[in-house]
Design a protein around this ligand. Structure first.
Ligand code: NAD
Ligand code: AKB
Length: 316
């Protein structure tokens, strides 16, 4: 039986990937880990859970050997806004942590999933739509670590034959765990504020268009890529992935269709606005569609309806 390790399992993605993986492989086979102690009631605690710091290479290798890890989903990271505030930490976690995971996986021959991001592009990249293979000169520390990470994954695949795959996630929208300090966090926060206060003050300008995706699509894409026939994968790693693109004003208008009293205000944060302005507005994900059959299921309208319904149910 394949034992599956998830790093950064308490985060926005891990909180939904863990139950999906346990549904596929069985609870005991999926080992959830994070640097933090898991809060009571977290889905990660419905099976094995351990604290594990991915920047500790020897501890990580010992974990791989002790549990005979066959697949690793490496989600531990520092996201864009926090990385600008703590660049040294972001380098350690995003680069040294990734290197430790790739080294451990190389030593035991494990399959690896590593997320990249729309942050791997920069202000000189064509933005509308951003091609799969194009100029990547990001000017954020998070983006620098994502490009370096993509290249490191390619290197391990070519040099050591490691089966390492990855997606460039767009901004992810979900209701299980809060986002971890990114630039697209507004698109999650807005729903909590809409339901609680019927108003939201957005830190990005109304016309800031960014690629987005509802978490069920992101989880399905992750599992589909990992199960895809390797013979069909020309890219393997760092696939562009998108579902829809929207601006804060468009998202607010969509929420107003369900909550006519909802009001949107703007108080722009120059740091996060500059980050967003350097990212793609729309993405060309035709490589993912052609090489492993990617198709999103949620557009802006379907995502908004489901988010509002699910959050309202949770509040009951
Ligand atoms: P998150 O910030 O919600 O979660 C990251 C988790 O990593 C946290 O639970 C944190 O405690 C943990 N962590 C931090 N340092 C660690 C360490 N040294 N060792 C072990 N764990 C550590 O992030 P997320 O949104 O779940 O993102 C997962 C991956 O997806 C990241 O690589 C991120 O860059 C990528 N991604 C996310 C989004 C998004 O919108 N959420 C978009 C693009 C890419
Ligand atoms: C962030 O805003 O930092 C993330 C991402 C798009 O990588 N959500």
């Amino acid at each position: 039986m394949t034992r599956v390790l998830v790093t950064g399992a308490l985060g926005q993605v891990g909180s939904e990937l863990i139950p999906a993986l346990r549904g596929l492989y069985g609870s005991e086979e999926v080992l959830a880990t994070d640097i933090r102690r898991a809060p009571p009631g977290h889905p990660a605690l419905e099976g094995p859970y351990e604290q594990l710091d991915c920047t500790n290479g020897p501890a990580l290798l010992e974990f791989f050997l002790r549990h005979r890890v066959g697949v690793v989903y490496h989600l531990a990271a520092i996201l864009s806004a926090r990385a600008e505030a703590e660049p040294q930490l972001a380098w350690r976690v995003n680069i040294e942590g990734l290197h430790n995971v790739l080294e451990a996986a190389r030593q035991v021959g494990a399959q690896v999933f590593v997320p990249s991001s729309i942050a791997a592009f920069g202000p000189n990249t064509p933005r509308d739509p951003t091609p799969q293979d194009t100029l990547q000169r990001p000017n954020t520390l998070y983006g620098v670590t994502k490009v370096a990470g993509e290249l490191l994954c390619d290197y391990y695949a070519h040099r050591f034959g490691l089966d390492v795959r990855g997606l460039r996630y767009p901004g992810l929208i979900s209701y299980t765990a809060p986002p971890g300090g990114g630039t697209t966090d507004y698109a999650v926060e807005i729903f909590y504020h809409a339901l609680q206060y019927d108003r939201y003050t957005c830190f990005l300008a109304p016309d800031t268009r960014l690629p987005m995706m509802y978490m069920p699509d992101a989880i399905r894409a992750t599992l589909e890529l990992m199960q895809a026939d390797p013979a069909r994968l020309q890219h393997r790693n760092a696939f562009n992935l998108t579902a829809f693109s929207c601006t804060p004003a468009e998202l607010a208008a969509e929420i107003q269709k369900h909550r006519p009293g909802f009001k949107m205000y703007y108080d722009i944060d120059p740091v996060r606005q500059a980050i967003a302005d350097s990212w793609p507005r729309t993405l060309d994900d035709s490589a993912a569609r052609e090489e492993w059959g990617w198709r999103p299921q949620y557009d802006l309208a379907a995502m908004t309806k489901d988010m509002l319904e699910k959050l309202a149910e949770r509040a009951l």
